[in-house]
Write a protein that binds this ligand. Structure first.
Ligand SMILES: Cc1cc2nc3c(=O)[nH]c(=O)nc-3n(C[C@H](O)[C@H](O)[C@H](O)COP(=O)(O)O)c2cc1C
Length: 333
C-alpha cells in the first residue's frame, strides 16, 4: 500500500511521526523509532526559559568575570537539562540525530513571547534540522489581558521565527481560541507552513492527602482524538498549509479517522511511551490492511474524503449535529 504523504514540503514514507517526547531524546531511541517505521521525528523542545537563562548567564559572566549559578536566574529549572540537555548541547543532540537517521529530523522550540530567544531558530536551522516545530504554550491566565492581544502575541512570535529561518515551519497550538478557524488562517498568513493540532496542556491536580498541587503529566487515550478530528475536518482544504494531528493518536483506526478528516500526518507520543517504538509498525500494518480491504490504492486517495467540505453530512462537525446527537442518545436510553 502506498502510504506516502507530504508534510511541510517534505516527502514522507507514511503519515506517522514520533511526536516530541522523552522517546525522541536519545539517538538510540530515535533509531528504534526509525526502524519501527516512523516517517519523521520531532525532538524534545528547547524552551524559551532555557535559552534566556543561558544568554543571561553568559552576559553576567562577562560582566562579573565569574560563573553565576543556574538557580540565580528566575524561571529556570536546572533539572530540565536531564530532559533535553540544555540549550548549548541541544545542537549537538540535533546534529547527532541528523547524522544517525535517514528520515527527517524536526527540531522543536517552545515559548510564548517574541523575544530574542527566537534567534535560536536560525541556529537550529544551521545545525541541520529539516524543519522546525514551534510549540506556543501559553495559559492565558492574565485577567486584564484580552484575547485579541494574546492572538497578536502568537502572530508576532510566528512572524519573528518565520523571519529567522528558511526551513519549513510548523506551529503547534492548543484549541483554546474564540475562533479556531480564523486563528489557523492567521497563523498561516504569519508564515506557518503547517499547523500541529493540538498541543495538550498538562492539567494540574490537587492531592487531597498532602494538600499540594501536582503538575504531573498524564498520558492520553484515544478518547481525546475527537477534538482534533473535528478541527482537521473543518480546516482541510480551507487553509494553505500542512495539517499534523497530535493528541490521542494510539491505533490504526485513530490514524485512519484523522486522514479521512484531512490530516497529512498523525503524531504519537503517549502511545509510544506506553507501548514502545515497535507499536508504530503494528499501526502501519493496520492502516495498510484497512485501505487494502476497501480497495484504496493509496493513503492520498482516502485523505480528506470525510472532511467537512467533502462529507455527505457537513453539519456533522457543527451545531446542528449536537441536536441529532442528543436525540440519538435519548432514543437509546
Ligand atoms: C512526557 C512528555 C513530554 C513531552 N514533551 C514535549 C516537548 O518537549 N515539546 C512538545 O512540543 N511536546 C511535548 N509533549 C507533547 C507531545 O509531543 C504530544 O503533542 C502530546 O503528548 C499529545 O499527543 P499524545 O496523545 O500522542 O501523547 C510531551 C508529551 C509527553 C507525554
Amino acid at each position: 500500500m502506498n502510504l506516502t504523504t507530504r508534510y511541510l514540503g517534505l516527502e514522507l514514507a507514511n503519515p506517522i511521526i514520533a511526536s516530541s517526547s522523552p522517546l525522541t531524546r536519545t539517538v538510540e531511541s530515535l533509531q528504534q523509532l526509525e526502524a519501527a517505521g516512523a516517517a519523521a521525528v520531532v525532538l524534545p523542545s528547547l524552551f524559551e526559559e532555557q535559552i534566556e537563562h543561558e544568554a543571561m548567564a553568559a552576559h553576567e559572566a562577562m560582566i562579573y568575570g565569574s560563573e553565576i549559578s543556574a538557580e540565580s536566574v528566575g524561571g529556570y529549572f536546572p533539572q530540565m537539562d536531564a530532559y533535553n540537555t540544555g540549550a548549548t548541547d541541544y545542537l549537538d543532540k540535533l546534529r547527532a540525530a541528523r547524522q544517525a537517521l535517514t528520515i527527517p529530523v524536526i527540531a522543536s522550540l517552545n515559548g510564548d513571547s517574541a523575544g530574542g530567544w527566537t534567534l535560536y531558530a536560525r541556529i537550529i536551522e544551521d545545525a541541520g534540522a529539516d524543519a522546525l516545530e514551534l510549540n506556543i504554550y501559553r495559559v492565558a491566565g492574565e485577567i486584564d489581558y484580552p484575547g485579541a492581544h494574546i492572538e497578536e502575541d502568537y502572530l508576532r512570535l510566528v512572524t519573528r521565527v518565520r523571519e529567522a529561518v528558511s526551513i519549513p515551519l510548523a506551529v503547534k497550538v492548543g484549541p483554546y481560541f474564540s475562533s479556531m478557524a480564523n486563528m489557523a488562517k492567521k497563523l498561516v498568513d504569519a508564515g506557518a507552513d503547517g499547523l500541529v493540532l493540538f498541543n495538550r496542556f498538562y492539567q494540574p491536580d490537587i492531592l487531597l492527602d498532602t494538600l499540594t498541587v501536582e503538575p504531573n503529566v498524564v498520558l492520553s487515550t484515544s478518547s481525546e482524538l475527537r477534538l482534533v478530528l473535528r478541527w482537521m475536518a473543518i480546516l482541510h482544504g480551507r487553509i494553505d498549509a500542512s495539517l499534523g494531528a497530535t493528541t490521542g493518536v494510539h491505533t490504526a483506526e485513530d490514524v485512519l479517522k484523522l486522514v479521512l478528516a484531512g490530516a497529512d500526518t498523525t503524531m504519537m507520543a503517549s502511545a509510544l511511551l506506553k507501548n514502545g517504538p515497535g507499536h508504530i509498525s503494528v499501526v502501519l500494518e493496520g492502516v495498510g490492511n484497512w485501505l487494502d480491504e476497501r480497495g484504496y490504492e493509496s493513503l492520498d486517495q482516502a485523505r480528506g474524503s470525510l472532511s467537512q467540505q467533502s462529507s455527505p453530512n457537513p453539519s456533522a462537525f457543527e451545531r446542528s449535529n449536537y441536536m441529532h446527537a442528543l436525540i440519538d442518545y435519548s432514543s437509546k436510553h
